[in-house]
Write a protein that binds this ligand. Structure first.
Ligand code: ADP
Ligand code: MG
Length: 174
């Protein structure tokens, strides 16, 4: 069974806010797979999820590691933030020995790599209805953040819930 919800996100702050609400909804054992091009807002969303969950930050794009575990500050589950951008196969992800059952796992670029690790998961797709503009400005490093520096522009987020854990009401509450 799967249910879906489409949400328009006007600004990075709104994306963070959606993450906050997601972070307050998820619990240990939950898996979120984020899909969308570079600069779509996957890390911005994950930062909100981390804050909503109450984990230790900062949540950033892991550059040298594939997965980073953020322990809870509120006696809840940790956030395992996976950036599978450079991961070639599900086998490589397997090597990380992620404790899915006791964590909230948010995977950027995890599509197709996480098949079968959970019976329920949220598929989160971020698109740019107006296109990506001209040239993707990947982080210029000079400003010290790890974000791509994208102009503020609407995003469309489609959240599809798979499996018995999720129902329409969960998505409606986001
Ligand atoms: P990803 O992890 O998908 O590569 P990031 O979250 O690192 O993307 O970067 C998204 C960039 O897009 C940030 O610079 C953010 O400020 C910018 N941005 C502009 N408009 C939006 C929006 N509506 N939602 C999310 N991010 C946006
Ligand atoms: Mg990212």
């Amino acid at each position: 069974m799967s249910v879906s919800r489409t949400i328009s996100i006007a600004t990075p702050d709104d994306m963070h806010g959606l993450g906050l609400r997601l972070g307050r909804t998820v619990r240990a054992g939950d898996l979120l797979v984020l899909t969308g091009p570079l600069g779509a807002g996957k890390t911005t969303l994950t930062r909100g999820i981390g804050e909503g969950l109450g984990v230790r930050g900062p949540v950033a794009s892991p550059t040298f590691v594939i997965a980073r575990t953020h322990p809870s500050l509120v006696d809840g589950p940790p956030l395992v933030h996976v950036d599978a951008y450079r991961v070639g196969s599900a086998m490589e992800l397997d090597d990380l020995d992620i404790d899915y059952a006791r964590s909230v796992v948010v995977a950027e670029w995890g599509e197709g790599l996480l098949d079968g690790v959970a019976s329920s998961w949220l598929d989160v797709r971020i698109a740019r209805p107006t296109g990506a503009g001209t040239g993707t400005d990947v982080d210029d490093a000079a400003d010290g953040d790890d974000l791509t520096d994208e102009p503020v522009e609407e995003r469309t987020v489609v959240i599809t819930a798979h499996g018995p854990r999720w129902n329409r009401a969960d998505l409606a509450g986001l």
